[in-house]
Design a protein around this ligand. Sequence first.
Ligand code: RFL
Ligand code: PHB
Length: 389
Amino acid sequence: MKTQVAIIGAGPAGLLLAHCLKAEGIDCVVLERQTAPYVLSRIRAGVLEEVTVGLMERLGLDARMKAEGLPHDGFNLADGERLIRIDIKALTGRQVMVYGQTQLTRDLMEAAGPRGLEVVYAAADVALHDIESDAPWVSYTSGGIRQRLDARFIIGCDGFHGPSRKAIPASVARSFERVYPFGWLGILADVPPCNHELIYANHDRGFALASQRSAARSRYYIDVPVTEKVEDWSDERIWDELSVRLGPEAASHITRGPSIEKSIAPLRSFVFEPMRHGSLLLCGDAAHIVPPTGAKGLNLAASDVHYAAGALLAFFRRNDADAIPGYSEKALARVWKAERFSWSLTRLMHRFPEDGAFERRMQIAELDYIASSEAAQRAIAENYVGLPV
Ligand code: RFL
Ligand code: PHB
């Protein structure tokens, strides 16, 4: 089989890019290791920046998002006692959209067939070949038969554990990593949210986040040591912990209910450079990971797609050979700023095992400063709604 662009991975990065290319008449094939239902069963991000919403709008795939998504004008930081509201609308003139990654992925998936997008699910043993040439190819197994897909470019949208990044020789690459000593234990439940906006809380007992998917579905997180097992956390134990960490005001509005999903996600900061080598471009979690505190992971995948689609369009439509080499630098400039924001918000809102009384006071002082300074709130708001692409 032959195509112009082979995309590995049908998560949000892969599907968004495939739709963007298809809309411009550029041929592509997407290879996904998992089945479609499995991809949809992963509960992840919930907050979309304008860059992500804008891509869906331009693709004409925003109808359900506009009908069911919740535009938010602000969010809250809590220090165990009070809520510090960050009025992102007043401070930046912009909003974020609360709409689950699952819903966004479903919208992209359902439009694939009608728009003639070829997505091969359950593609096993995907391997990249000749990425340093102008004729790279991908081998994979589908229906028990080994297949070959030739392309002009391969785009690695295969997440943190996929094969694409590993195909770039160590001699030309550099990675930067910070692994955090805690993970987020998440619970999804069909109960009304405790607050109309998100609350990120730093309590003496640890971090908590109150988020939502709709007026009837809540998503909550608490941080737990990475050694913790999800089986040791009954729903009641999680609700009890949330009630303490989110503070009395939010706690009084928590509606408890049985969990639909419960899992622990490890926290990591990671950047891989460069994001392009030869005819291979990396997008999304394949190239970088942020801790979820800033709600940036999915949105960075979308901004990578924005840059990658632009570069591929310039190459195929305008014979502009310079656009492809420029991709890595452009994408990384935005990635590093989002890494900084996600890291600093994680630092501010979590208790680190090595922290003593001094570090705790520094967190309290910083939250106090944020509460009293519009300049500090503006800096947070500007990063939270997303820096320009
Ligand atoms: P994905 O979603 O991991 O998709 C990669 C796809 O590649 C497939 N794949 C392969 N396919 C073929 N062959 C192989 N060998 C393959 N290996 C892997 C996988 O099956 C998968 O389908 O990466 P992508 O597309 O780059 O998207 C990134 C986002 O998923 C991720 O950054 C976000 O979920 C991060 N994130 C959040 N981001 C936000 O922007 N806002 C949030 O509010 C937010 N909250 C979160 C999050 C991530 C979390 N977890 C679980 C890590 C909350 C959590 C708890
Ligand atoms: C979520 O709703 O899953 C969510 C919201 C905000 C974050 C992370 C996750 O920062």
